[in-house]
Design a protein around this ligand. Sequence first.
Ligand code: GLN
Length: 298
Amino acid sequence: MFYLKEIYSSIYKKFKEKNFSSPHIETELILTKSLNLTKEYIYTYPQILLSKRQIKYINKNLLYRLNHKPIAYIFKNKEFFGLNFYVDENVLIPRQETEFLVEEAINLIKTKNLYKISDIGTGSGNIIISVIKNLDLSCNKYKFYATDISNKVIDVAKKNAKYHNLNAKIKFLLTDKLKYFIDNNLKLDIILSNPPYVSEKEYKNLQQEIYYEPKLALVSYTGLEFYEHFAFYGKKVLSTNGHFVLEINSNLLNKIIFLFEKNKYEIVKVVNDYQNLPRVIIIKNSYGKVHNRRWNKT
Ligand code: GLN
């Protein structure tokens, strides 16, 4: 048996030795999540004794983390938009900046009366589930679709939908990009997506944690493939008043604007993230009526 404070110091030392940038935060996370305790509890009761079993579990998690496995994969859980999501290495870990996309989507759906809603490349299902949780479903007009190209990913999204009591509300589709909607001549009012937008070149220089995540969810060759597909097929799939709300690679903003304007869409808005980088773009299907309005930088 060991005191919590002894375990705390030994974990802290290991993170420090391995040059982790925030050893205190790392230690807190390992301890709070392994023991299911709050941060406050850990600092208030340093004298509690930990059992052999608890220490074994802590050490197992610590070892993963020292090898840079993301906390979300170690504990198979991530909070997004105030909701809990199950995650494993089949899916991307939901990012805080994607919450901007969800917020914009909810506003747009409510103010423009959009009802046929899809999330392309749903991953854990974080986007579509967070959107639905913030809509009034009593009108019975909504239809929700979530797509992905991998069965394993769809299983994770379904698991989360079930956890949030939404499994009967979402139609899960195993399909590539907009293929299902093109093939079935189905119109959508809003297409949401956080597509793989890291280019192969950029992928070489990322922090170690990222390499635990599925490359397919992060990378496309130039970072633009999905946007090119959306710009082209959106004309067929989107309704007259249809919109895209897409997360983007800030380095590619100008290329994306050019691509959609060239294809006769209207750029409605670009939203910056916490680092003040362009992160979300709202695009309207204008059917030729392009006003050449400049986007409002927010
Ligand atoms: N929709 C998920 C997310 O935003 C997964 C996106 C992806 O796999 N590219 O986190």
